[in-house]
Design a protein around this ligand. Sequence first.
Ligand SMILES: Cc1ncc(COP(=O)(O)O)c(C=O)c1O
Length: 396
Amino acid sequence: MKNKKIETKIIHGDKLYPYTGPVVFPIYQTSNFRFKNSTIATRYAQGDESVYVYSRMHNPTVNQLEQKFSEIYCKKAILFCSGMAAISTTIFALCKSNEEILTIPNLYGGTYHYFNEVLPNFNINIKTFDPNSLEDLFYLITPQTRIIYFETPTNPTLGIVDIQKLVKITRKLETEYKTSIFVILDNTFATIINQNPFKFGVDIVIESTTKYLGGHSDLLGGLVVSSNNIIKKIKNLRKYTGSIMEPFTSYLLDRSLKTFLLRVKQQNQNAFALAKTLEKHKNIRRVLYPGLKSHPHHKLARKQMSDFGGMLTIEVVGGLKNAIRFCDNLKVAVNAMSLGGAETTVSIPVLSSHIGLTKSELAQQGVTEGMVRISTGIENKDDLIQDFYQSLNKLK
Ligand SMILES: Cc1ncc(COP(=O)(O)O)c(C=O)c1O
């Protein structure tokens, strides 16, 4: 069947396996694969990718899920053992020493540290640009620029970066300098359900499948989606970094995928309801949620997102002391760092994702001590509102 919709694709993929086979794709829990005869081994030696040899290269369970993601994105997809493995392998596959990466200051902490502490050791230069002033790219991009890497919505202020504008400026300079620049977007916060970056010309989409795609806080994984040529390069390096997803994790992720859309829709609704209600509470200074009219980038969010996601950030009165008190008095929401699970989680950026940043770095990113980041789960929305209210009411 042609033109299947995403609701169908996340369940059935491209129907790889035989109609007489199991409904659920089996877990090939094996490192090694037997060759029927040496003709098969020869086919592999000659580059036939359909021959399974060793699970660090590929594995049927992982492969069927990669095919499913390829169907969903209408591009080529590969899987990794974590989001960071996906990010680091992609960067090392595409960027050489003496080249540079342009990025935004408010990246996910792991990526920020990898960029600023690891890549300079390989002579890869990191330069930052202000996502609210994309015109700066006209003088920041140079012939050495190989990658533009960003996130939108950003963590934890839920700022929105204009994807289309960023891509347009990049393409202009790429033509001028006759170079190739890869535009990479970490789409973990929004997911494909709320934002399809390929619509705006992005080259590579990365997601930590640990978050919304996994959705049950019980697996680690990463996804990279791009053109055949780009994926070929990244996949080749994945063999040597040994960073492929595990077969059992692929099974778990495929299981999660079946309810992905339902979960994300519910998370979107719960986040919107919470954001609207919390804005009215006297102990809240600010609610940052792209779906609110009060959000500084609301118009842009409407333009490039189909819905506004499950992440929001509140700023309570009284700074860090009250942020801690608020988190500790919650009865339903869980105080935990990760996001995208079925359960609502809260975390304080200055004690988690933004730990160790100087006062001026925090100010540059708009992060304050009273901020609490919320990843909305799929619980009953009234229970969540009641829980947040009872805890906010205890603040002095
Ligand atoms: C936006 C974003 N990207 C990437 C990652 C890294 O993913 P992982 O923890 O699966 O390595 C995270 C983890 O929190 C994240 O929030």
